[in-house]
Ligand binder design. Structure first.
Ligand SMILES: C[S@@+](CC[C@H](N)C(=O)[O-])C[C@H]1O[C@@H](n2cnc3c(N)ncnc32)[C@H](O)[C@@H]1O
Ligand code: SF4
Length: 341
């Protein structure tokens, strides 16, 4: 809805929405949610598909053109293709995508595509089965590879593959991952390890920087910078000079992109969150369940956005470069698995 322009205090328009459809996950990635137990959202507190669709419509009416479904692991939410079909039908929504760990993708790729899913990102940090078990704590590599193949087979391309690069863990696989993308026609999304939430063992030295990644990649496969898709995507895209596709690098820590962040987030229990590093959100579900009208809900969303001034990654980078340094646990951030990565 190009004519709608709700902007925040830093003049950033509301354009994207990430919806966490569940905070549950079949993996326990050490960099995201390493704990077996956690204070999960009660089933009754999770938004129903009808509630998600209602809120999504209101966001689209306020200017959102892109919705991404995420979690937790979105594919563990039962009947997800039904929700995809409901969201796909929203007039004005230009793009509906999904981020998944891929473990259940082989069986769901077909129904998701048929329901109208436009694009998919599959997370895959290593091509080594043993390492895969170590980082996910519960996952196996082979089903994810099968999920990728299935998504390809049903025509979900271009498929993006997210890989978090952690110094001392999988930085030695950088070129293998790039080669994997080039061979199979997947667009790699190489992500700097960041301190989302407080559950991971992030320390600044574990972040393998975008600049370091680029140097290694460019020396083996020369690339040319293309820029950020739509000017606001987290990834900076690069195309291979030999014409074999492209990749993106997300420099969340060392090249923060707060100034162009146009994304809102909705948690599985209906909280509106305006930054990946937020401490709290605004509870839309309770208002909805107490009978708020569409107009009232829309006014709440609009006001939250207009008052938004978040620029956490910018500030973190300033602190990391300063003599005082940065203490990740000084700020009680919401876990990634809750707010929808
Ligand atoms: C939180 S997950 C949710 C969707 C799905 N479960 C998955 O893993 O793709 C979304 C993305 O966040 C990334 N992620 C999680 N923790 C991260 C961290 N500490 N730093 C950077 N990326 C992270 C994951 O690798 C994944 O690509
Ligand atoms: S939500 Fe995604 S990144 Fe986090 S533990 Fe689950 S699979 Fe891993």
């Amino acid at each position: 809805m190009a004519d709608v322009n709700v902007t925040d205090t830093l003049k950033r328009p509301l354009r994207g929405l990430r919806i966490s459809v569940t905070d549950r996950c079949n993996f326990r990635c050490t960099y995201c949610m390493p704990f077996d137990e956690y204070q999960w959202v009660e089933r009754a507190e999770a938004l129903s598909f009808a509630e998600i669709e209602r809120l999504a419509r209101l966001f689209v009416a306020l200017g959102v053109g892109q919705i991404r479904l995420t979690g937790g692991e979105p594919l563990v939410r039962r009947s997800l293709p039904t929700l995809v079909a409901q969201l796909h039908a929203i007039e004005g929504l230009r793009n509906l995508s999904l981020t998944t760990n891929g473990a259940l993708l082989a069986e769901q790729a077909g129904p998701l595509k048929a329901a109208g899913l436009d694009r998919i990102n599959v997370s895959l940090d290593t091509l080594q089965p043993e390492r895969f078990r170590k980082i996910t704590q519960r996952g196996e590599l082979q089903p994810v590879l099968e999920g990728l193949a299935a998504a390809n087979a049903v025509g979900m391309g271009p498929i993006k593959v997210n890989a978090v690069i952690i110094r001392g863990f999988n930085d030695d696989e950088l070129l293998d991952l790039v080669e994997f993308g080039r061979t199979h026609g997947f667009e790699m999304r190489l992500i700097e390890y960041m301190d989302v939430g407080n559950a991971s063992g992030w320390t600044p030295d574990k972040t393998f920087s975008k600049r370091e990644m680029l140097e290694i990649i460019h020396a083996r496969y020369p690339v040319r910078e293309v820029g950020r898709a739509a000017g606001s995507a987290p990834a900076v895209d690069y195309e291979f000079l030999d014409g074999k596709g492209q990749l993106g690098i997300i420099g969340s820590v060392t090249e923060p992109f707060c100034s162009s962040c146009t994304r809102a987030r909705l948690t599985a229990d209906g909280k509106l969150i305006t930054c990946l590093f937020a401490e709290t959100g605004v509870d839309l579900k309770s208002k909805m369940r107490k009978g708020a009208s569409d107009e009232e809900l829309q006014e709440i969303i609009r006001t939250v956005w207009i008052e938004r001034g978040d620029r956490y990654s910018d500030l973190r980078w300033e602190r990391l470069k300063s003599a005082a340094g940065y203490e990740p646990r000084a700020h009680k951030k919401i876990e990634m698995i809750t707010l929808g990565g």
